[in-house]
Write a protein that binds this ligand. Structure first.
Ligand code: CAA
Length: 294
């Protein structure tokens, strides 16, 4: 089935990014948020991202209006009824996702493809809770969605090959590179990335190097675009602990155990960029390593 109209549930950082790339690829998009405020902020984020592309000469000025014209914002899930594909990108809480999916499952035709952008919850559990487990897949985008080329296409034991193929084709049509992964918590990227980030915190805790030294070492020694602490501050320390806990719960391996320093920072409200301070203090330019952590 060719995917023309795309429904996105959630217009936060991920949902708005997904809505943007789908609209840029020519899809009609309906994006749904419970909060009008979050919806408006999300749509404004898309517009400002597109304007930045115009400034950089990467996008024709008229394309902004055209792309925005393909995105319809709504606060009613019922408006997603005519979509060929529905991607949920709501908060990472299973009960919230299940409630949204149950409502959509009741109104969308049986052929509508359902996808979750979860990075840490079970695709199988969500799929099994719907009446269309064969047409339910994971479509895991990366932050920032418009810039990151990868999409993990996640299969549960119940996913039908045709549904997976449609998801792969959809991701390709967005200009992304899909990789296929089976439904194990963390899929491919977070399974490898999360232990690395937690190890960087342990390296700091153990006094092997300072924040800036460890970041510089991994940037210049491995050619990574940014060091682990800069990335942790982008992802959010609370989000990282949340994902690590789910992974620890699944695998019971110490490499997924969040180190005490990370937990203390979350308790202290040092969440990264979103709170203004994490491993770095963003109240100054350039941001300086936060003192007194280790
Ligand atoms: N999250 C949010 N924004 C990010 C970001 C991230 N991880 N990385 C970069 N950005 C922002 C920058 O702040 C910058 O914003 P402004 O234009 O407003 O200043 C913009 O993206 C461009 O960044 P760069 O200057 O670095 O530009 P670039 O074109 O050279 O590179 C990039 C862009 C490819 C995104 C590069 O910065 C990069 O690779 N960043 C790391 C991305 C990453 O590792 N993401 C996390 C993956 S894990 C995840 O998303 C899954 C999960 O489940 C937790």
């Amino acid at each position: 089935m060719a995917i023309r109209t795309v429904g996105v549930v959630g217009c936060g950082l991920m949902g708005s990014g997904i809505a943007q790339v789908a609209a840029e690829a020519g899809h009609d998009v309906v994006v749904c948020e419970v909060s009008k405020d979050v919806l408006e902020k999300g749509l404004a984020r898309v517009e400002s991202f597109l304007q930045k592309k115009v400034k950089k000469g990467k996008l024709a000025p008229e394309a902004v209006g055209e792309t925005m014209g393909r995105i319809r914002g709504t606060t009613r899930l019922g408006d997603l009824v005519g979509c060929d594909l529905v991607i949920e990108a709501v908060v990472e809480r299973l009960e919230v996702k299940k409630a949204v999916l149950a409502e959509l499952d009741a109104i969308c035709p049986a052929q509508t493809l359902f996808a979750s952008n979860t990075s840490s919850l079970s695709i199988t559990e969500m799929a099994a809770a719907t009446k269309r487990p064969g047409r339910f897949v994971g479509l895991h985008f990366f932050n920032p969605v418009p810039l990151m080329k990868l999409v993990e296409v996640v299969r549960s034991p119940l996913s039908e090959p045709a549904a997976l193929e449609e998801a792969v084709e959809f991701a390709r049509g967005l200009g992304k590179t899909p990789v296929s992964a089976s439904d194990r918590t963390g899929f491919i990227v977070n399974r490898l990335l999360v232990p690395y980030l937690l190890d960087a915190v342990r390296t700091l805790e153990q006094g092997v190097g300072g924040t800036a030294d460890i970041d510089e070492a991994m940037k210049l020694g491995c050619g990574y675009p940014m060091g682990p602490f800069t990335l942790l501050d982008f992802i959010g320390l609370d989000t990282t602990v949340y994902i690590a806990d789910i992974m620890f719960d699944e695998f019971r391996e110490s490499r997924y155990a969040a180190p005490p320093l990370l937990r203390r920072m979350v308790q202290a409200g040092l969440l990264g960029r979103k709170s203004g301070r994490g491993f770095y203090d963003y109240s100054q330019e350039p941001p300086a390593p936060t003192a007194g952590l280790a």
